[in-house]
Each structure stands twice: as structure tokens, then as C-alpha cells.
Design a protein around this ligand. Structure first.
Ligand code: BG6
Ligand code: MG
Length: 217
């Protein structure tokens, strides 16, 4: 089937905010008296704020009331936003802007498919909001990746079939979501981590949209 749309995850694909999430979660864990490492952090990528907090508390064997959980999720988000608010166009990952512009020039529709509730703020801060036809983010979905909801809604918003989409993802759970939606999945990151992707590149600077389309034929 002809590819008509690209669906991009945000954190770790378009911008390097995956590092900001890690820093803010780590600070919270330290406040609660334990620590997390990069390997554990991999399991948090792509999943919602509250699901991440649940996983973290389980990892640290900390039990909190619902009210406390909401308080700590807000504290983490405030720390995260301190970093986000300093973002500029320079924080867009290498090759991303070109890749988006070239995709548009090829007539490919573009949507964001992110679990983040801060997505539109980040796209505004970095100046790339106009390059997206549609945004589907954490404010529009009920289920976190690996559930395919975010990508199914992305395809729907762009008025294309699921099989006409390619998803770009840096998270194992995100690739699972793309595959569950019957979409082609390009992993952004390391092959060892993203072993469920159709193929893996280090970043969008590595290939052009045309290169990606040619790989499918
Ligand atoms: C995903 C990140 O994109 O968004 C997760 O990979 C994060 O790490 C999730 O928890 C939710 O983000 P936010 O900005 O709504 O806290
Ligand atoms: Mg991501």
C-alpha cells in the first residue's frame, strides 16, 4: 500500500526531552529516597505521566495515596516544565526540521502521536508547530502506549488508512503501539532496545523521507 502519512512520536524523536523526563523523574525518586538508572528509564519511555509514576513507585516499593500521587506527579511536571520553558529551535533533534519539510514537499501528511500532555507547548517553543497537520497527544487519548489508540487517532485525524502510515518512535512501548495499529515502525535509537521495529536508525538526520519510502519497496 502507498504510504500517505508519517506519525511522529515527540519525546526522543523530534526533541531531546526524553532526557528532561529522566532528570525530573530521577529528582523525584531521590526525594522519595531511592534511585533509578537508565535501564529502568527505558521502560518509562512512551508511557503516560501517571503510568510512569505508578511504575516508579512500584520500583522503589513506595506506597502513596491517590492525593499524594497527584501531588508528586505535579511536582515532577513542574521540574520538567522548568527545562521545557528554556527550549528553543536549537533543541530540535538533528535533521528533524529538514525531514519534516521534505516530507511535506512530497505530499505526505504529518501528525504527532505522543503520550505527552505538554506536546503543543514544546512544539510552540521550538517553532515547529506549523509543520504538523494534526496533533494527537496525551490530552486526546484514554490509553497509554503500547495501546495503539494514539496512532489510530492520528490516522483518523489525517483521514488515511492505518496501513498507509509510518510511525517514528524511540520507545519500545511506542513501537508496540505502532505494530498493534498495523503500521510500519521506524525505530529511532538503538537496535538492541528497539528490536520490535521494522528497522532502526540513530536519528532522522540519517535518512531522507525518500530513502525511507524506498526501503519499503
Ligand atoms: C512520552 C514520554 O512521550 O510522554 C514519557 O516518552 C512521558 O516519558 C509521557 O511520561 C507523558 O508526558 P507528559 O509531558 O504529559 O508528562
Ligand atoms: Mg518518545
Amino acid at each position: 500500500m502507498k504510504i500517505r502519512a508519517f506519525l511522529f512520536d515527540l519525546d526522543g524523536v523530534i526533541v531531546d526531552t526524553a532526557v528532561f523526563h529522566y532528570k525530573a523523574w530521577r529528582k523525584l525518586c531521590n526525594t522519595l529516597g531511592f534511585d533509578i538508572d537508565e535501564e529502568f528509564n527505558e521502560t518509562l519511555k512512551g508511557i503516560s505521566r501517571m503510568d510512569s509514576l505508578e511504575a516508579i513507585l512500584k520500583h522503589g516499593k513506595v506506597i502513596l495515596s491517590q492525593e499524594e500521587k497527584e501531588k508528586y506527579a505535579k511536582i515532577k511536571n513542574d521540574w520538567y516544565l522548568e527545562l521545557v520553558n528554556k527550549m528553543t529551535e536549537n533543541d530540535i533533534l538533528p535533521g528533524v526540521k529538514n525531514f519534516l519539510e521534505e516530507s511535506r514537499a512530497l505530499g505526505i501528511k504529518i501528525a504527532l502521536g505522543s503520550a505527552s500532555k505538554n506536546a503543543s507547548l514544546i512544539l510552540e517553543k521550538t517553532g515547529i508547530l506549523p509543520l504538523f497537520d494534526k496533533l494527537v497527544d496525551g490530552n486526546h487519548v484514554n490509553k497509554s502506549k503500547p495501546d495503539p489508540e494514539v496512532f489510530l487517532k492520528g490516522a483518523q485525524a489525517l483521514d488515511v488508512e492505518n496501513e498507509e502510515c509510518i510511525v517514528f518512535e524511540d520507545a519500545f512501548a511506542g513501537v508496540q503501539a505502532a505494530k498493534a495499529a498495523n503500521m510500519f515502525a521506524v525505530g529511532i535509537g538503538k537496535k538492541e532496545v528497539l528490536c520490535n521495529a521494522d528497522f532502526v536508525i540513530a536519528g532522522l538526520h540519517e535518512l531522507s523521507p525518500n530513502d525511507i519510502l524506498m526501503r519499503l519497496n
